[in-house]
Design a protein. Structure first.
Length: 684
């Protein structure tokens, strides 16, 4: 073959093309990684980085589950591997409209890591066990409606956004302890929704957290709905989500009926087409209307009551969290203090926050329905949300004062020092331990603009008539006051309960340090087992912690080899991983062109004037709003997620929850983020 030129005829009518790796190049695990383009008809879009859809297939998967194109492609790949006597290949391919596979290039695949035969067997066994877990959790539950369940990473309480796609085990344990084990549904039950009793919201598959969707959907049914109608509703919701997995981060707006709004009549037409009688629809309408009216009317007392409860944590926290005094205590005493902080957080913080968050959602749902019914304009909608004064805006204003030497450094960090990027992550530094993220004291460009925001007036009498005609028992002024107060209360309660959480995390870290463990090791702890063994002697406690940490680190090493989807609609999704095409949530109607800056955990890069790219943004990332970014792009996040709310408040153009599109956007790329047209353009 020396000094020869190979000429290949031009391939016509290509409908599916891309690159396939016969092993995972990063881990060496037995997956086919297929990056493909099935839309342009071109053959080089994947290698140029223009298109990047991906299927990951575990090699011993049943071929019956493959699509026709994948089946013929895999057959060709197996033939090439056999003829080259090489299992590690990088293959460029195309498939034409006649179903013929065209091979453009075959190269040896350089693996960054190789795994042992034993590890391969363990990975296969792990997948089999996860399939059994899906079957077990999907079986009928006596107290719950729904023939089966689904698993999603951004449906209800957004675990992929809050603790991440691949959290440490302690992150998951903390989130579970103070919210997703029981608090989440106790709050809803107290507000008039169906009591799902003992039903954890979030479960782990490998390292990845998923919402048990059946548990979630049952908890959104009004308590006075009959079992028969509840059964029909939950199955209808589950089937709609299964057909439209891209709606998983929008279920409360696009799938569920959790409160009454002005669009009910239109939404009810879909129920009628899916086997619900007119009488059943009327029963549901009246139930939702009664529930919504009660929540709004009672909010005049419930909002201040829940906020007062949240604020009571302050004095108790001061007695338990004095790092200088704590360091003199034994590990057992420190862990007891951490447990008490978390228990207080559940009793006085997250329960109340959950209720306030539900009220804010009800208000936002009614507000959006006013917009969709054209009772208010888009300009008024955005201006109203931007006028709400939350703790995030207060922090931005305080940072402006700090930057202009009107607020001391000590006072600023006393107010906001407990926050950390990764609210549940013991390895992430708090603001007061990572003050460098605020080192550039830049004047905030829009500080004055917010005060001088143009006023958009509305006809309150007209809106009062509209909502009254729909059966809502309040005036327009009362409605907008309720929305404003519920959103402000939700954000304040979130800010306050994370103080207890942050303090508890630090206490666990201090106890761990006394026992000889680093934060990276502590991140693997099982919180339940730690609390069950508080009274052990120090040596026994150290041995017990080491045993837990070693086991979890070993388990994590295996779990890191897994590829898992955003939604598990059937157990075959565990072996053939193909994510849906996401629909990002665009915030504001603005258009901005700028370069991307990739923001890692506690990076101190200059972000002013750039479009910030982060996988997930919890409250600990609110510091970015003090740095004048041009826009924001996230991989995870729903229409009512933390960052969507924040960007709406600040009027910052954003694409929240971009999913696999997120991977196409790299640092220093220039992009057009057009929120009005709902699109992102990469400038080459």
């Amino acid at each position: 073959m020396i000094n020869q030129i190979l000429v290949q005829p031009h391939s016509k009518n290509v409908v599916f093309s891309g690159v396939v790796f016969t092993k995972d190049p990063d881990t060496g695990a037995d997956y086919y990684i297929i990056n493909y383009d099935d839309s342009t008809g071109l053959t080089d879009t994947v290698t140029k980085g223009i298109e990047n859809k991906t299927i990951r297939i575990f090699k011993n998967s049943s071929k019956e589950k493959y699509s026709e194109k994948i089946r013929i492609l895999i057959k060709s790949i197996e033939e090439i591997c056999f003829k080259t006597s090489n299992e590690n290949l990088d293959i460029e391919f195309g498939i034409n409209s006649e179903g013929k596979v065209i091979i453009f290039q075959v190269r040896p695949l350089i693996l960054n890591r190789k795994i042992s035969s034993k590890m391969k067997q363990q990975l296969s066994l792990k997948l089999s066990n996860l399939e059994k877990k899906v079957d077990k959790l999907s079986s009928r539950k006596i107290n719950l409606a729904g023939n089966r369940t689904l698993f999603c990473d951004m449906t209800d309480w957004n675990p992929a956004e809050i603790i991440g796609d691949n959290p440490h085990f302690l992150d998951f344990c903390l989130y579970d302890y103070i919210i997703t084990d029981s608090i989440w549904h106790k709050a809803r039950t107290s507000q008039g929704y169906f009591d799902v009793k003992k039903a954890p919201l979030v479960v782990l598959f490998g390292n990845k957290p998923y919402v048990d969707v059946r548990n979630s959907f049952n908890s959104f049914i009004p308590e006075n709905i009959s079992k028969k109608i509840r059964e029909k509703l939950v199955n209808f919701y589950l089937e709609k989500l299964k057909k439209n997995p891209e709606l998983q981060d929008k279920v409360e707006f696009k799938i569920l009926l959790t409160c009454y709004d002005l669009n009910f009549q239109e939404k009810s037409k879909e129920l009628l087409k899916n086997g619900f009688s007119k009488n059943e629809i009327t029963i549901l309408k009246n139930s939702l209307l009664d529930l919504t009216n009660k929540l709004i009317i009672d909010s005049k007392k419930s909002i201040p009551s829940d906020l007062n409860s949240v604020m009571t944590m302050s004095s108790s926290r001061k007695n338990k969290y004095d790092t200088r005094a704590v360091k003199k205590l034994s590990p057992q005493e420190i862990i007891l203090k951490a447990k008490k902080l978390l228990d207080d957080c559940k009793q006085y913080g997250t329960l109340q926050f959950s209720r306030l968050a539900r009220l804010a959602f009800v208000g936002n749902t009614v507000l959006r329905s006013l917009l969709e019914q054209k009772a208010i304009t888009k300009e008024y909608y955005e201006n109203f949300l931007n006028s709400i004064h939350t703790v995030a805006k207060k922090m931005t204003e305080d940072f402006d004062s700090f930057s202009n030497s009107k607020m001391s450094k000590l006072k600023f960090f006393n107010l906001y020092g407990h926050l950390r990027p990764g609210t549940y992550d013991v390895t992430s530094k708090r603001y007061d331990e990572n003050q460098s993220i605020f080192q550039n004291k830049t004047k905030i460009k829009d500080a004055k603009k917010r005060k001088e925001k143009k006023s958009y007036k509305i006809n309150h009498n007209k809106i009062t008539k509209i909502i009254g005609k729909n059966g809502l028992q309040l005036t327009s002024e009362d409605l907008f006051s309720f929305i404003k107060k519920s959103i402000e209360a939700r954000e304040l309660s979130k800010f306050e309960f994370t103080k207890n959480l942050s303090a508890a995390i630090e206490l666990i870290a201090i106890a761990g340090e006394k026992l000889g463990f680093s934060r990276k090791e502590i991140a693997n702890l099982d919180l339940k087992k730690v609390f069950e063994n508080i009274n052990k002697k120090e040596k026994n406690m150290r041995d017990m912690w080491k045993k837990i940490i070693d086991a979890k680190m070993k388990e994590r090493k295996l779990n890191d080899l897994l590829h898992l989807p955003s939604t598990i609609l059937s157990k075959s999704d565990l072996r053939i991983v193909q994510d849906y095409s996401p629909k990002p949530n665009f915030i504001t109607q603005k258009r901005v062109t700028s370069k991307i800056i990739d923001l890692l955990n506690q990076d101190t890069k200059e972000i002013s004037g750039k479009i910030v790219r982060i996988e997930n943004g919890d409250p600990g990332y609110d510091w970015i709003f003090t740095k004048n970014p041009a826009g924001l792009i996230t991989k995870y996040g729903g229409v009512a997620s933390h960052m969507a709310i924040r960007c709406g408040e600040f009027g910052l153009p954003a694409a929240i929850g971009c999913g696999n599109i997120f991977e196409n956007m790299k640092e220093d790329m220039e992009i057009v983020l057009d929120c009005n047209l709902k699109k992102i353009e990469l400038i080459k």
